[in-house]
Design a binder for this molecule. Structure first.
Ligand code: NAP
Length: 484
């Protein structure tokens, strides 16, 4: 059996409900390889009833699970991290098959994603409260942290493992049970993770996995069920808004990790070698299909042309192909819709006067490949300055002053991450303060780190994943007023 066939054979393909792997009442749904457009495997397709059974299991398990010693919860996460680390090559292959990115990129996600389990293994034993004397001296204030209860976790296709571990890690550490629904395009990494967590000793019913081709009708009854206590969603802003409307009906607690439109600002004192390296990471990580992807490059007028040319050189040198092949840097986009959307945005910009320095077209199929593209002199009214591109396209725009750069960077409804390159420390801090974003990459093209609070403001959502803040999303604060 080939390595590909072996990993596909090994991965669970059913729903995980109350510790049992079961079939979906709607039959199965196909998982496609975006590099070949062929079906890799079929996985269970859940009905609303199946999803409700998953919530029943989470609800039934909650009480017992939350009384498990924190050390035990932490050690389960630690053992899962160890197994993922040992099986990194095999899990990277699985991820590349379903999502498309190169094996090196999948391996990087396996490391990044599994680190959330290690980080929250360490946080599980640090959940504490406080005891204080009331200001008037007449009473005592006791504050305790308790798990929020059963959670619904919904994740996107672009980081099939890490978007799950960022939620599962803190939920397990806090003592919450959960139902997780991965995106229909990439359910395999999550199913593999669920098996690993079971191997690590996670009790039946704590983590339930629902895969479905009809996310809307299968998730809505859960969101509206009064037994559910928390929804954590990562995905697009329009879907996030829809879910918030559903959650508002009974004031369900929510965390929203939504879309982005990251500016990458290069000041005239920046080191251009560093800038181009950082730009390649910020733009091309995950084939540009990242919420943190640099969506527009605002470059000081004196450097803009040279930057565009040097970036184009680097982009041109990238090898496109199926992510499993040796030497491939850039895999396909996730599907035909995504590729058409990227093409429309490029056509719109070029039609309005942008100059295509490199790329600008899809690559012959099979597979949803799109050429790495650099567009220079992009006009203000180009749609790709306003919309999330989610593809390997870098629009470059020149600016004249710091004020103009900040105003352009903030001119968006999104607020996830911004990147700034400058060697002037005062400017670095001044600009970081002025940027209306949840995160800033200062002289670096990547901000993601399990030990840091990841998250956005404005239409990029609210709530934080990772860092000390990440576990707070899964804890309630209870205050006890004590009369001595
Ligand atoms: P999406 O279309 O919003 O889907 C995200 C998840 O929501 C998927 O599991 C999807 O399931 C599910 N979903 C879709 N409609 C739903 C509904 N009506 N009810 C319940 N669930 C529903 O986003 P995507 O295309 O997968 O991911 C790309 C987006 O995610 C981008 O906007 C990106 O910026 C954002 N993102 C944000 C972060 C962050 O941390 N801020 C991280 C990664 C990605 P199905 O696919 O199975 O329908």
């Amino acid at each position: 059996m080939s390595d590909e066939a072996a990993v596909l054979d090994r991965v669970p393909k059913q729903l995980l409900v109350g510790g049992e792997w079961i079939d979906g009442a709607e039959g199965t749904l196909p998982v496609e390889d975006p590099a070949t457009e062929e079906t890799l495997v079929e996985v269970a397709d859940a009905s609303p009833d199946d999803a409700m059974k998953a919530l029943d299991a989470a609800v039934e398990t909650q009480k017992e699970w939350q009384s498990t010693p924190p050390r035990e919860r932490g050690e389960i996460l630690r053992r899962a991290w160890e197994e993922i680390t040992e099986r990194a090559d095999e899990l990277a292959l699985l991820m590349t098959l379903e999502m498309g990115k190169s094996l090196a990129e999948s391996k990087a996600e396996i490391t990044y994603g599994s680190e959330f389990l290690r980080w929250f293994a360490e946080e599980a034993v640090r959940i504490d409260g406080r005891y204080a004397t009331a200001p008037n001296g007449q009473g005592r204030l006791l504050t305790m942290k308790q798990p929020v209860g059963p959670c619904l976790l919904i994740t996107p296709w672009n980081f099939p493992l890490a978007m799950g571990t960022r939620k599962i890690g803190p939920a397990v550490a806090a003592g919450c049970t959960m139902v997780i629904k991965p995106a229909k395009q990439t359910p395999l990494s999550m199913l593999a993770l669920a098996e690993i967590l079971s191997n690590a000793g996670l009790p039946p019913g704590v983590l339930n996995v629902v895969t479905s081709s009809s996310s809307g009708s299968v998730m809505e009854p859960l969101i509206k069920d009064p037994r559910l206590r928390k929804l954590s969603f990562t995905g697009s802003t329009p879907v996030g808004q829809k879910l918030m409307e559903q959650a508002a009906e009974r004031l369900l607690r929510v965390s929203m990790e939504l879309g982005g439109n990251a500016p990458f600002i290069v000041f005239d004192d920046a080191d251009l070698d560093d800038v181009v390296d950082g730009a390649m990471i910020a733009k091309m990580r995950n084939i540009g299909e990242a919420c943190t992807a640099a969506n527009r490059f605002h470059v000081a007028d004196s450097l803009a042309d040279e930057f565009a040319e040097r970036l184009a050189e680097r982009m041109k040198a990238l090898k496109l192909g199926r992510g499993t092949e040796e030497g491939v840097d850039i895999g396909p986009l996730i599907d035909a819709d995504q590729r058409s959307k990227v093409q429309e945005l490029v056509d719109d910009a070029v039609g309005k006067g942008a100059q295509c320095v490199v790329g600008g077209s899809p690559r012959e199929g099979p597979g949803y490949f799109y050429e790495p593209t650099v567009l220079a002199s992009v006009p203000d009214d180009a749609n790709l300055l306003k919309e999330e591109i989610f593809g390997p396209v870098a629009p470059v725009k020149a600016f004249d002053s710091e004020e103009e750069a900040i105003a352009a960077a903030n001119d968006t409804e999104y607020g996830l991450v911004a990147y700034v390159y400058t060697r002037d420390v005062k400017r670095a801090l001044r600009v970081s303060e002025a940027l209306e974003y949840g995160m800033v990459g200062l002289n670096q093209g990547m901000v993601s780190n399990p030990a840091a609070p990841f998250g956005g403001i404005k239409a990029s959502g609210f709530g934080r994943e990772g860092g000390y803040e990440g576990i707070e999303e899964y804890l309630e604060t209870k205050y006890v007023a004590i009369n001595l």
